[in-house]
Design a protein around this ligand. Structure first.
Ligand SMILES: [Zn+2]
Length: 286
C-alpha cells in the first residue's frame, strides 16, 4: 500500500515530468537536437535531486549575409576602357602604336549607337581596307555644303547643331573637311612630316604631330565621324556638344569628332576636359 505522502509525491513527480516534457517539446521545436537532449536529461536528473548543469551552448556567430561586391569607384580610365571594350575586346598594351592612336583618336569608339559604324582596328593599313569599311557605311550630307559627307547619324546630328547655331566648314567648301579616302590622309601626312616621324610616333617619342595630322590610315575622317569646322563662339560649341560633337584631338582646333553623347555622358564615360589656350578639348583618359 502506498501512503498518502507517496501518492502525493508520485503525483507531483508525474505532473512535473509532464510539464517538463511539454516544455522540452517546445524547446525541441526551436533548438537543435543535442541541446534539447541535454536539457531534458538535466531536468530529469534535477527531478531526482541530482545536480545537473546543462552544457553551455556554443555561441553561434551569425553568418553575415553575402552582399554584392562593394562598388568600388572606378577611375576615369577604367570607365573609358570598359566602354572601349565593346569595340575592342582586347585593349592594346600601353606604349604600343595602337594604344597611342587610341589615346589620340579613340573618342568615337565609345559610341554604342548601332547606326554608327566603327572600324575594327585603330588604323587602316591601306586603301583597300579603308574602302571596304567605307562601303559599309550609310552617308549623310552636311547641310550648306556641296559635297561634304559623313556617316548619316553623324551628319544628322551635325545638321541639328547647325540649325541651333550656324557654322562653316574650315575651308568653306572642300570635301576634304569631311569623309576622306586613304590617299588623301597619306598625302596630308607626307606634307607635315619627314621619313622619321612615323617611327618616332610609334616609339612614343613624338605625340605633338598627332594634333596636326593623323598617320596614314588612322584619321577619324576615314571613318566619316570627323569634320573640320570654323567655330568661333560659345553658342556654336554648345550646340555641337549637345548634339554629340566635340573637339577630341588636342591642338587640332578645327577638328570635331562625333562621339554621339551629351557632355554629362562623356564625363561619365571617363572623358577629361582639357583646356589648351582658350580651346576646350574632350580627351580620352588613356
Ligand atoms: Zn580634322
Amino acid at each position: 500500500m502506498k501512503t498518502a505522502f507517496q501518492k502525493t509525491a508520485f503525483l507531483a513527480v508525474g505532473t512535473y515530468l509532464i510539464v517538463t516534457l511539454v516544455a522540452s517539446n517546445q524547446i525541441a521545436r526551436s533548438n537543435p537536437g543535442n541541446d534539447i537532449k541535454n536539457e531534458e536529461n538535466c531536468l530529469v536528473e534535477r527531478l531526482f535531486g541530482k545536480e545537473c548543469t546543462v552544457p553551455q551552448k556554443p555561441k553561434i556567430t551569425p553568418i553575415p549575409t553575402p552582399s554584392a561586391v562593394p562598388n568600388r569607384v572606378l577611375t576615369d580610365k577604367e570607365r573609358f576602357i570598359a566602354a572601349l571594350m565593346n569595340q575592342f575586346p582586347i585593349i592594346p598594351q600601353p606604349d604600343t602604336y595602337e594604344y597611342i592612336l587610341l589615346r589620340a583618336y579613340g573618342a568615337p569608339f565609345v559610341n554604342l549607337n548601332p547606326a554608327v559604324r566603327l572600324p575594327e582596328k585603330v588604323a587602316f593599313s591601306n586603301h583597300q581596307e579603308t574602302q571596304k569599311f567605307q562601303d559599309t557605311i550609310t552617308k549623310g550630307k552636311v547641310i550648306g555644303t556641296k559635297n561634304c559627307y559623313l556617316q548619316k547619324a553623324a551628319a544628322d546630328a551635325l545638321n541639328k547643331a547647325y540649325f541651333q547655331a550656324k557654322f562653316r566648314l574650315k575651308s568653306g567648301y572642300a570635301n576634304s573637311d569631311c569623309i576622306r579616302d586613304f590617299a588623301t590622309t597619306a598625302k596630308f601626312w607626307k606634307k607635315y612630316t619627314n621619313s622619321k616621324t612615323l617611327d618616332l610616333v610609334k616609339q612614343g617619342k613624338e605625340t605633338r604631330i598627332l594634333g596636326t595630322v593623323a598617320p596614314p590610315g588612322a584619321s577619324q575622317h576615314l571613318w566619316g565621324l570627323a569634320i573640320d569646322l570654323k567655330v568661333t563662339n560659345k553658342k556654336q560649341i554648345t550646340a555641337l556638344n549637345q548634339n554629340g560633337w566635340y573637339r577630341t584631338v588636342e591642338h587640332d582646333v578645327p577638328h570635331w569628332s562625333y562621339v554621339g553623347y551629351p557632355p554629362e555622358t562623356l564625363l561619365r564615360l571617363g572623358f577629361q576636359k582639357k583646356v589648351i589656350g582658350k580651346t576646350t578639348y574632350w580627351v580620352t583618359p588613356l
